[in-house]
Design a protein around this ligand. Sequence first.
Ligand code: SAM
Length: 215
Amino acid sequence: MSNLSHPIFARFWKLCSPVADRAGSADHRRELLEHVHGNVVEIGAGLGSNFKFYPDQVDHIKALEPEPYLAAKAEQEADRIRNSKGLSIEVLRGDSNSLPIDNGWADVVVFSLVLCSIANPIAALAEARRVLKPSGFLTVYEHVRSEAPKEAARQDFANRLWPRLLGGCNCNRNTPQVIADCGFDVTSERRFRFKAAKFWIPVEPHVILEAHLRG
Ligand SMILES: C[S@@+](CC[C@H](N)C(=O)[O-])C[C@H]1O[C@@H](n2cnc3c(N)ncnc32)[C@H](O)[C@@H]1O
């Protein structure tokens, strides 16, 4: 069992995640999960905010959440969705570095606003490779490093403090590049800005992408 405790961040996320969902993130979650099917692993499920958007072609979801407060909220949401949609969801206290899942079990691995926070995204992506079937794919929704050099420099500056305030979240990661470097081919990618505040914040550039195992 994994226990990665961020009690203040977890309660902050409980307050601000629904606000972001109303501002547009809910639509992004729906888009993220559009092609998901079969056996699914969701890494760092948080409050379980994605659960209600899983389509009918999903057979079973193993949702990992190491933070105790968030895992309890994810459990409640999983109960709600099991009862209302009959979806088969298990919430596990798993860490991305060591997934409690057999080799080649998953059709899809979902990363949603989480590769920014995982301390070792390369290890997490290696684990995703291990649990995916050869035909499997990643679906990913993340805020990312800006493609504009001046904004990326501002993100680098902000990132001196950002992870300490926001539960280990990094605002300057080039996640699509890391995914490609870890042996995945990015097969679709939509980049966009998501402004959840009236002023500039360093997490505006976003991506929704799918990536298949290379070779
Ligand atoms: C910003 S929240 C996003 C939650 C959720 N995925 C969503 O879309 O709302 C980041 C999540 O990553 C989780 N996390 C951080 N490090 C992790 C790790 N090593 N393994 C799995 N989850 C992790 C946190 O506990 C938290 O739930």
